[in-house]
Design a protein around this ligand. Sequence first.
Ligand code: ADP
Length: 458
Amino acid sequence: MMNTNAVPVRTESPDYLATLLQLGQLLNSSLELKQVLETAIEQVIAFVGAERGFILLVDVETGRVWGEAVRHIDRAALEATLTGNDLSNRAEISRTVVENVLDTRLPVLSHNAMEDPRFADRQSVQLTHLRSVLCVPLIAQGRLLGVIYLDNRVRTGLFTERHLAMLEAFANQASVAIENARLYDNLRRSLEERLRLQDELHRQETRRLALEEASRLKSDFISFVAHELRNPLTTIRGCVQTLMADHENTLPQKVREEFYESIEADADRLLDMINELLDVSRLEAGRPLTLAIKPVELCPLMEKLARRHRFYKHFTDRHEIVTQFAPGLPRTIDADEDKLNQILSNLLSNAIKYSPNGGVITLSAAPDGAQHVLLSVSDQGVGMSPEQVARLFRQYERVERDEIKNIPGTGLGLYLVKHLVDLHRGEISCESTPGQGSTFRVRLPVSTSEGTGSSSDS
Ligand code: ADP
């Protein structure tokens, strides 16, 4: 479609080559394609004396068209015209010219579109008062990418064959740049998508493993608990049956008392375990444990715990419990007495339980600066490796080792202890050496008046 319909009026011979070279350099620059096209159209408009111009791009996959580097044309109106949605009939440009180039893939050069037999009868051409028009296709590897469009609504015969040749040369280079950018964009998008999918897979896998681990821990836990509840019950049942069968009262009083003590100790053990389970289920249900804070006298509380634990089921005559109180220890600390009892009692029973060969168990308290106290429970028992220590305060976590495989437990004790220490705004830590023993340290604030507040237990 090369009917130019009139003789070009421009005669000067501008430096086409230099301009083309400049445009080529621009296209090869490291700037963003959008920015390159903006600058390029600016230069082309200035060079050929066009009034308006734009680059129209077509998405090869979706067929969507849009204007890029739009100069002196209302972008929204332009896109409405191009997509055939121009209801206002403002006809910013003549769609006929652009469609002509898109359909034929041939350039259009018209010196006066209003009188050009190809377009003269088109209403849009008349409405826009189109005079000089230059429009070339953008084609790369046989694919139509869009058009470059220039016009002037005042002057006729503005564009020459040389302008056309120059614009076509520029269009060739621009097509390659646009196609490269599109390919690069596709590549980047598919890489991003792949990374996103990989990420998602990884996340799902991690979630799956965590769920598996949680469900494994929970089912291990259920079998431990079943075992743990059954053992004391069996003892209680056995004692009760023996006592009931003794109609003649033949059992010596001492044996009888031992049976009662045993029943009481196992009933206590069951009660402790059930309370622990209730605390944990309360936490799991998202209902926090609350504290009833008041001044607690430390030494008497610890002495009482030490005395009581000498009757603990696993305490043997090879065990010894000692208490140590460092000078300067505050007489009272602000704490929930029951919970503090629970914390120390748990640590103390563990120290006894995990020292199957006996040894000295030390329960001590010392000031730690003016604001804190450090309570510790140390034993000379089986100890733990650093990896075992690292998993210590997790729920249901029982460290599996041969030397303690017959020692009963639910793996809930330390999880609750940690929670209770946290509630007191304290810290708990453990130092341990396999075969040599462990020391658990609980650091608690002396006073909770700075913000901890007290709340009543429910
Ligand atoms: P449980 O004693 O019911 O198993 P805990 O939460 O109290 O649960 O303890 C978790 C694990 O930590 C125990 O299974 C045990 O292996 C280890 N542990 C706790 N205290 C000690 C200790 N003093 N010495 C050695 N190991 C301990």
